[in-house]
Design a binder for this molecule. Structure first.
Ligand code: BMA
Length: 383
């Protein structure tokens, strides 16, 4: 009787304590899960990068540039050189690299960057505190032609059960070898934001648009991530899902493979001939939609490739900064400063020494909104 009484007296306290404990535990778990990348076995540096990228959303937008340390307009492989550094004195915060042709065992990528050199330059960018993102314009595994060969049935042929599936796995094996070779000074893996099968809603690549069904695209994505993560045991990758221009959230998410396979969400945009105000309106709408989706899905939003109108001397502050100021995204990546290409095209997306937008780009650099390497180095993104 006495015993029963004691329980009766203690019960409300025990009960209350349990509820609190459970609530705290649930809250902790939720916070904990939110702060983890999709790979629950990600390395310490990768988890730190993921968390810091999220934290940094409130501080500013990192500026990135493709192939920045390899070449620029009028130069190639000059130690320490960068078109961005030439004009600002600082390096970009994000470095984009490209693995197209690695699957063919070539020693240089489709833009002639030697893979060995790329590894060294990735290490340099990482050592200075920068963020590494890698795209892959992989050839068509069914026809043997380029990524731009939209042959029908390509995706189906490489999925499990397809005639090219085993062959395709040998390509992923080569990606794994490259990723595994990226190491920092303590032997730790260098975290990489991997961005395969990009511009997925356009029909120019064999994996894009009408060239495969949403179900096929999702399966390709899931197979790839699962293979690299669980078979090849790569735990230093964050995955970026990215479309081209899009007109609705539904369109954006039509081929989204699921939260457990994605960390960064983005889109690519090139202004081409559209007027500045139209470009501002377009990008503003898309960034708002992207930020909403990122909030709903707890992902990191980014402008994964861009190209503007650099014949306008104030494009950086008058157009790009104007629209970016209203948004909180992780980074923007300017595409490559190829310069004069053999085919006759002169290709570049960020200013180089002597370019007419340099003065305005310096204002953009100093705006306080954009983060470059000195800023991110202070942030210690991997700690
Ligand atoms: C394109 C152009 C091409 C390049 C390709 C892959 O947009 O820059 O010259 O080969 O990207 O990097």
């Amino acid at each position: 009787m006495k015993y029963v009484n004691k329980i009766a007296v203690l019960f409300p306290f025990v009960f209350a304590m349990n509820i609190n404990t459970v609530q705290t535990f649930v809250q902790r778990r939720q916070v904990g899960v939110q702060e983890l990348p999709s790979d629950r076995s990600a390395t310490k540096e990768t988890v730190n990068l993921y968390r810091n990228l999220k934290k940094q959303l409130s501080k500013g937008i990192m500026f990135g540039h493709q192939d920045d340390l390899a070449y620029g307009v009028g130069w190639k492989y000059q130690e320490g050189r960068s078109d961005i550094k030439d004009v600002t004195g600082d390096y970009p915060a994000v470095y984009g690299w490209e693995l197209g042709d690695i699957e063919l065992d070539k020693t240089v990528n489709l833009d002639s960057v030697p893979f060995d050199k790329m590894k060294q330059l990735i290490r340099q960018g990482y050592d200075r505190g920068g963020v590494i993102t890698i795209s892959w314009h992989l050839n068509n595994p069914l026809t043997g032609k380029t990524a731009w060969d939209p042959a029908e049935g390509t995706v189906a042929s490489i999925l499990p059960g397809g005639g090219k599936h085993d062959f395709f796995k040998t390509w992923l094996d080569k990606i794994a070898v490259f990723m595994n070779s990226l190491k920092g000074s303590r032997g730790e893996f260098i975290p990489v934001i991997f961005r395969p099968y990009h511009e997925l809603n356009g029909s120019w690549f064999w994996w894009g648009g009408k060239n495969c069904t949403p179900d096929e695209y999702k399966k390709l994505w899931q197979f790839t991530v699962n293979y690299l993560r669980n078979e090849k045991k790569l735990h230093h990758l964050l995955y970026a899902y990215n479309t081209d221009r899009f007109s609705s959230k539904e369109e954006y998410l039509q081929k989204y493979p699921g939260d457990e396979w994605v960390d960064v969400i983005g889109f690519d945009i090139y202004q081409r001939n559209s007027p500045n105000d139209k470009f501002i309106a377009d990008i503003d709408k898309m960034l708002s939609a992207l930020e909403d989706i990122a909030t709903e899905k707890n992902k990191i939003p980014a402008l994964t490739e861009f190209g503007g109108n650099l014949s306008d001397s104030t494009w950086w502050t008058g157009t790009f900064l104007k629209v970016l100021s209203a948004h909180k995204i992780s980074y923007v990546l300017g595409w490559r400063n190829a310069g004069q290409k053999p085919g006759g095209q002169f290709e570049y997306y960020v200013p180089y020494k002597g370019h007419m937008t340099v003065a305005d780009f310096v204002k953009f650099y100093q705006s306080g909104k954009m983060l470059f390497e000195k800023d991110v180095n202070d942030e210690k993104l991997y700690q």
